[in-house]
Design a binder for this molecule. Structure first.
Ligand code: ATP
Length: 459
C-alpha cells in the first residue's frame, strides 16, 4: 500500500522526490501544490488546538541555527550519535554495533561460540574497530570496512564570510532547545506563569544513518514541540502527563479522524529512557509498513533548564511573584513530526473501491474545501456564472476551479486529492439559482440554492 500512496502523492501533486531532475536526493521530498495545502492545514490546526484554544499556552519561532553552546548543553554534541562504519568499496554506511551483532549470530549458527569481553553497548569505538579487524568482519557486500567513527546526527555548518574566521554551528536537531533558550524572555515579556507551555513549529535536521520509509524518516523535517513548565510541588506530574496524553489522543482521533484501532501507546522501559527522563511514551500509529512512533511525550524533569543554567551561567529559575518561591520548573514535552502526521493522514484516509480512489480527509484538513465546475466549458453563460460563484466562495474557502475535460474526470481528480464537495453549475442554475453539490464520501448529489451554499458547506 505504501507504493500506491507514494504513486498517488506524486501523481496528484502532494509530494515529489527532491531534485529528481538531478537523479534525486536520498531521504528528501518536496511538497507540491496539493501537499503544501495539507501541510499548512496540519500546521495551522495543531497551532489552533494547542496554542490558540488554550489559555496556558504561547508560541515562539526560534532560529534554525542557534548558539553552538546550546547543543553542548543539551547533550546533542556529545551523545546524539551512532557508531558508523563504511564499506570501503561501495561507501555504504552501517552501524558498527549492528554489523558485529549480525556477525556473532552467524558464528553461533555455525556452532562457533564468540564471547565478547564486555557487552556491545559498553564497547568503545576503538574496541569495536579492533574486534572488526581481529575477526576480519566484512561488509554485507563482502568488502573491507573502514575504521569506525562516531557519527553525530547533528548537521554542522559554518558561520562567517572569512574562511579563517568561520565558526562551527549546527542546524537544529530539534526545535525544543530554542524554547528552553527563550524561557527567560517569555517569562519576562509576557503575563504567563507556571503551569504554562511554549509551543513551536519549525524545521529540524538529522543526519540519519538508516534510511526511512517515504516521508517517515527524512534528513529535514518539521517538528511541532511543546515544553510545558510546572512546579512539581504544586502540580502532580502524573495527572498532568495523563492530560497531555489525552490531548494528543484527542488531536489524532477527533481532529485528524484517525480510528483508535490504529493507535497504541508504547511505554519506554527504564533501559530505553534517557537518564534524565522519568517517563516516556510514544503514541504509535499503524503505518502501512508497521506500527511506528508518531508522537513522543517525555517527562524531562528539570534537566534542560539546569543544563542551560550550567552552560550559560544565566539563572533560568522561576520566582513566583505572590509567594516569592524560587524553583526550577519541571517540563513535560509532547513532540511530533508534522510529516509523520501527513503520512498518517494519507494512510488513514486512503480508500480504493472498484469505482474509484478517494481520500476521506476531514474537511478542516483537506487541501481544497470545495471545487467549482461549469457543466460544460463551451457555454459562456455557464462559465461566467460558475466563475462568479467560484470567486465569491474563495472569500470563505480554499476553492478549486476546473473546467477541463468531462465531469467524471474532474470528480476523479477531486476524489484523489480529498476535496469534500464539488459544485456544478448547469443550465438549471441559470433558471433557478441552484447548483449541484456532490459529496466526496457518499457520492450523493444535492440541489442547493446559491444563497444557502456557504451555510451548507460550513455544516
Ligand atoms: P525515532 O525513534 O523515530 O527516530 P525519535 O524518538 O528520535 O524518533 P524525537 O526526538 O522524540 O524522535 O522527535 C519527536 C518527533 O519528531 C518524533 O516523534 C517524530 O514524529 C519526529 N521525527 C523525529 N525524527 C524524524 C525524522 N528523521 N524524520 C521525520 N520525523 C522525525
Amino acid at each position: 500500500m505504501l507504493d500506491e500512496l507514494i504513486a498517488l502523492a506524486k501523481r496528484r501533486g502532494f509530494i515529489y522526490p527532491t531534485s529528481s531532475i538531478y537523479g534525486g536526493l536520498a531521504n528528501a521530498y518536496d511538497y507540491g501544490p496539493v501537499g503544501v495545502e495539507l501541510l499548512r492545514n496540519i500546521r495551522n490546526i495543531w497551532w489552533r488546538e494547542f496554542i490558540h484554544k488554550r489559555e496556558d499556552m504561547v508560541g515562539i519561532d526560534s532560529q534554525i541555527i542557534l548558539h553552538p553552546r546550546t547543543w553542548e548543553a543539551s547533550g546533542h554534541v556529545s551523545s546524539f550519535s551512532d557508531p558508523l562504519i563504511e564499506d570501503v568499496k561501495t561507501h555504504k554506511r552501517y552501524r558498527v554495533d549492528h554489523l558485529i551483532e549480525v556477525w556473532i549470530e552467524s558464528q553461533v549458527q555455525k556452532g562457533i561460540n564468540v564471547s565478547l569481553a564486555k557487552p556491545l553497548e559498553a564497547m568503545s569505538l576503538e574496541e569495536m574497530g579492533a574486534f572488526i579487524i581481529e575477526h576480519r568482519i566484512m561488509s554485507p557486500e563482502g568488502n573491507a570496512l573502514s575504521n569506525p567513527k562516531k557519527f553525530n546526527l547533528l548537521f554542522s555548518t559554518h558561520i562567517g564570510a572569512v574562511e579563517e574566521e568561520k565558526s562551527l554551528a549546527y542546524l537544529r536537531g530539534e526545535t525544543a532547545q530554542g524554547i528552553f533558550t527563550n524561557f527567560k524572555h517569555v517569562i519576562e515579556s509576557t503575563r504567563v506563569k507556571p503551569p504554562f507551555g511554549i509551543g513551536q513549529i519549525g524545521k529540524a535536521f538529522r543526519n540519519e544513518i538508516t534510511t526511512g520509509q517515504f516521508i517517515f524518516r527524512t534528513f529535514e523535517f518539521e517538528q511541532a514541540e511543546i515544553e510545558y513548565f510546572f512546579d512539581a510541588d504544586e502540580t502532580n506530574w502524573e495527572t498532568l502527563y495523563g492530560s497531555w496524553k489525552e490531548a494528543m489522543w484527542h488531536f489524532v482521533t477527533q481532529v485528524c479522524g484517525v480510528s483508535s484501532e490504529h493507535l497504541t501507546w508504547y511505554r519506554h522501559s527504564d533501559a530505553e529512557r534517557s537518564h534524565y527522563s522519568k517517563e516516556t511514551n510514544d503514541l504509535m500509529y499503524a503505518f502501512p509498513f508497521g506500527v511506528k512512533e508518531l508522537w513522543g511525550i517525555a517527562y524531562r524533569t528539570t534537566y534542560d533548564l539546569q543544563q542551560h543554567m550550567k552552560y550559560s551561567g544565566v539563572k533560568l529559575d522561576y520566582t513566583d511573584p505572590v509567594t516569592g518561591k524560587t524553583y526550577t520548573p519541571h517540563v513535560i514535552e509532547p513532540a511530533v513530526g508534522l510529516n509523520r502526521l501527513f503520512l498518517m493522514l494519507l494512510s488513514e484516509h486512503y480508500h480504493v473501491t472498484p469505482e474509484r480512489t478517494y481520500l476521506s480527509l476531514p474537511q478542516s484538513l483537506a487541501p481544497y474545501r470545495v471545487a467549482v465546475f461549469p457543466l460544460v466549458a463551451n457555454k459562456p453563460e455557464l462559465v461566467s456564472k460558475a466563475r462568479e460563484l467560484c470567486n465569491s466562495l474563495r472569500n470563505h474557502f480554499v476553492t478549486y476551479w476546473d473546467d477541463r475535460g468531462n465531469i467524471g474526470k474532474r470528480y476523479k481528480y477531486q476524489d484523489e486529492v480529498g476535496t469534500p464537495s464539488c459544485v456544478t453549475i448547469d443550465f438549471q442554475t441559470l433558471e433557478d439559482q441552484t447548483v449541484t453539490v456532490r459529496d466526496r464520501d457518499t457520492m450523493k448529489q444535492e440541489r442547493v440554492a446559491i444563497p444557502q451554499l456557504i451555510e451548507y458547506l460550513n455544516q
